[in-house]
Ligand binder design. Sequence first.
Ligand code: MOS
Length: 671
Amino acid sequence: MNRVEAYDKVTGRAKYAYEYGVGEVAYAHLVQSTIARGRIRSIDPGQALAMPGVIAVLSSDDPPELGSLDDAELALLQSRAIAYRGQIVAVVVAETPEIARAAERAVRVEYDAEPHDVLLRPDHPGLYPPEKVNPGLPTDTERGDVAGGLADAAVTVDATYTTPTQHNNPMEPHAALAVWADGGLTLYDSSQGVSAERATAAKVLGLPPERVRVISRHVGGGFGSKGTIRPHAVAAALAARATGRPVKIAVTRQQMFEVTGYRTPTIQRLRLGADADGRLTAIAHDVVEQTSTIVEFAEQTATPTRVMYATPALRTTHRLLRLDLPTPSWMRAPGECPGMYALESAMDELAVAAGIDPIELRVMNEPLTEPESGLPFSSRNLVACLREGARRFGWERRDPEPGIRLDGRWLVGTGVASSTYPARRMASRATATAEDGGFIVRIAAADIGTGARTALTRIAAQTLGTSTERVRVEIGDSALPQASLAGGSMGTASWGSAVVKACEAMLKNGAVGSADTTEDVEADSGFARHAFGAQFAEVRVDIDTGELRVPRLLGVFAAGRIIDDSLARSQFIGGMTMGMGMALMEETVVDEEFGDFLNHDLAQYHVAACADVLDIDAVWIEEEDPYLNPMGSKGIGEIGIVGTAAAIANAVYHATGRRIRDLPITPDKLV
Ligand code: MOS
């Protein structure tokens, strides 16, 4: 089965947020702060307003009326205080996007700057424990005698790993169109979840939710950056309200770096102890990360360590630092991805120190129950993934000695790492009706390029016992039954549960069925639910230049029932490709002097491209898990990126004998 919207996409008929045409559209452009901390002294829009075609300049000189100001990133133009460089200080509205952009440069803003602090440091006196880490998990956990376990260990690892600031760069940058009519707002936005966006937009704008409609039928990637409403959409709504015109806004690629979130940098200390056979005696995982001065965002970086390995003593901690930078946000596998880079690098170091094969080390420390909670796993097939991957990758031929395989000018090595991601779901509603000789399923789900619409079509057709051609799935509109967002790898599990239930109700009642999964989701407890995987990498490193190639990447996953083979493979290898970018390229550099991100576009922020990806494959093992949802599926959107960077870093060690503990592994670190 092809993607149901494939033809619309390749013919340009599929409309993205910026492409809707409604009446006499005006265009907004954001004006951003040029200092990192301080206050606006004055804003002079005179020169901008004098330009032909400029309609208005909104600023804190005349603060637009807002409802809730709880989220300071969305409380636009309310205050003269500046919390980071790039913060929105004004919005220009003009007849064309070009005029708006030119006028942005003509708005004169004077500041009273104060000294700023933008550098994450592990010894900073401002570090503090947040009350919870995302999504509401305990900040610290401790079980057993960690100090004793480390002291008694025959083999120990004590290493600090760092991951840099990273930015989501979806193919489609953020964009919105805001249209007011009869006191209500319609927002066409590029969004991972229209129901939640409607609720937040209504709150921020002080409207009852039924006066707001959010439409997001096609989305060119999000990875978390479109998981919550971003300030540009609020700016469009305010500009449209102020000017009485429909207003479009396109966030430029450059602006995305300050306006649409980023992955916090992390500093992670890992201490592992093991007995002479390699059985873990203790794990301590201590994380330092950042947030902004205006919103607390606490990434759950150490939480995968609570899930992975059997140990009598286990401690995880998170410490946050408030810096004069934008607020971090969601980026594919937030928490699990950087956390597993550190844990799985440390496990590799332990394997080397103990003289044990890294796969055998992981197998020998496989837990019977979830280490931190003691809950049974609904299913856990990490060992099967490691074994199957070893077989396919040819692991048994591997000589563990590092730095000895030279092929021409290339040092060659292989590495392995485990992968994990939680299998959660959220309450959603759906309806199914018999119409036009077929069936229509309605749910306010989002397809961010993952193929969600297609997966739901398959799920509905299977439940109804009909062909996929006879099912139409309507998504991407908050006027449809309320649904959870495309995030946390929960989309298919959450929406699919509601779709199955609605289709079953329709079969029972006749023409119409509707469903709400709130009670089903509330009953989900008693099991630890996670997907697992094993990542294998081969690298080649030029002995003189440090140039690094990844000729082979293999991921083996155990993620419940796979709904659609080709969509799943695309998700897995997409995640792994992004993991390669994390390992080798992705790094946003913070400029201490100006308090800014230095690299602002794809010329300077490098992501893995097709030419970087050589032989990449993802496979999965059949997994039956009756404790998940009616489909028996686990999420697959994020697990693909988890563990890739560690597998590559471990392969770099095997190739070169050099342990690089600071991502990305650029050539300068290898020469
Ligand atoms: Mo993903 S970072 O949960 O959209």
